[in-house]
Design a protein around this ligand. Sequence first.
Ligand SMILES: NC(=O)c1ccc[n+]([C@@H]2O[C@H](COP(=O)([O-])OP(=O)(O)OC[C@H]3O[C@@H](n4cnc5c(N)ncnc54)[C@H](OP(=O)(O)O)[C@@H]3O)[C@@H](O)[C@H]2O)c1
Length: 318
Amino acid sequence: MAVNDKYITLNDGRKIPQLALGTWNNVDSENTVNSVYEAIKIGYRHIDTAAIYKNEEEVGRGIKKAIDEGIVKREDLFVTTKLWGTQQRMSQQAIKQSLARLGLDYVDLYLIHWPVALKSRTIDPSDPKNYLTIPMKPDEPDVRDIDINWTFVDTYLTLQHLQREGLTKSIGVSNFSINNLKNLFKHPLFKVKPAVNQVEVHPLFPQDELIEFCKSEGIVIEAYSPLGASDSPILKNETLIEIAKKLNIDVAQVCISWALQRGYVVLPKSSKVDRIRRNFENLVELSDEDFKVVSDLKEKYGEKRFVEPDFTPFKVFE
Ligand SMILES: NC(=O)c1ccc[n+]([C@@H]2O[C@H](COP(=O)([O-])OP(=O)(O)OC[C@H]3O[C@@H](n4cnc5c(N)ncnc54)[C@H](OP(=O)(O)O)[C@@H]3O)[C@@H](O)[C@H]2O)c1
């Protein structure tokens, strides 16, 4: 089996392709359609989007084009989207809006994007994209307006219904710490373990403790920002450049190969077809020695989290 063709079995029995295309920050809409379409043509079977990326329509058009051309069947694709904070009190409406934008009857995986509900600031409720904002406090424009009367546990219980209704095949969480997962598990109405926890993981932020905990609970980790997000210092790291040169691949592919070898789902994003192709085709099995060098990178350069929005007073990463 090729490195890019592996699946992991989720705790609900479904299979998830280990390598996905990330789509955050793909700002040019026609480019998003084309990237998704080309990615599927190249062989990607797993696409990661979110309501707040505001590109579900374009992702859906890319998928439709590939299906219409007979490149793939819907059932062979794995599509993930995420519930944004302003819609945590109305997840059924939110997933139906996402499905309408994607042009799909169901998603394979629906995630709570962040464990924090935000106050809804919609101006026109008839416009489904109107909820997708980052509301700031009216009197403090730099502070996110948190809905402190609604918890991620309340939201998760509603996701269990969405799965039963068939709107999503699997349910999961994103940006959940060990403590927040433990709090979720304690609720008497909690029944369905999250299939995945999508969190930041890369060589400068390997998250060993969280990965170990999720593994012990049967929750699959999905590594977001596996290259260190945009303008990543990881891609300019001299140690990784040396390994990449030796293997005749990009640093990005060293990071993706390392992640696949660690055994979780990995979601590299690119808006450029040649990179999308190389990030799929130029993956390797790292030697024990190279694997160790990448794993030890944080000792040399220090740990670094790149995605850390401020949800004060809620502590996301305690
Ligand atoms: N759940 C969450 O809260 C959350 C948060 C962040 C991300 N995510 C998901 O995870 C995905 C990946 O994370 P990310 O978008 O933050 O960043 P990433 O995948 O770590 O890195 C993306 C950056 O790397 C560049 N890149 C990609 N392949 C490259 C290559 N071969 N050579 C050089 N540069 C390359 C891309 O530029 P170009 O596009 O110009 O190629 C882009 O600037 C997201 O798209 C999203 O789906 C989820």
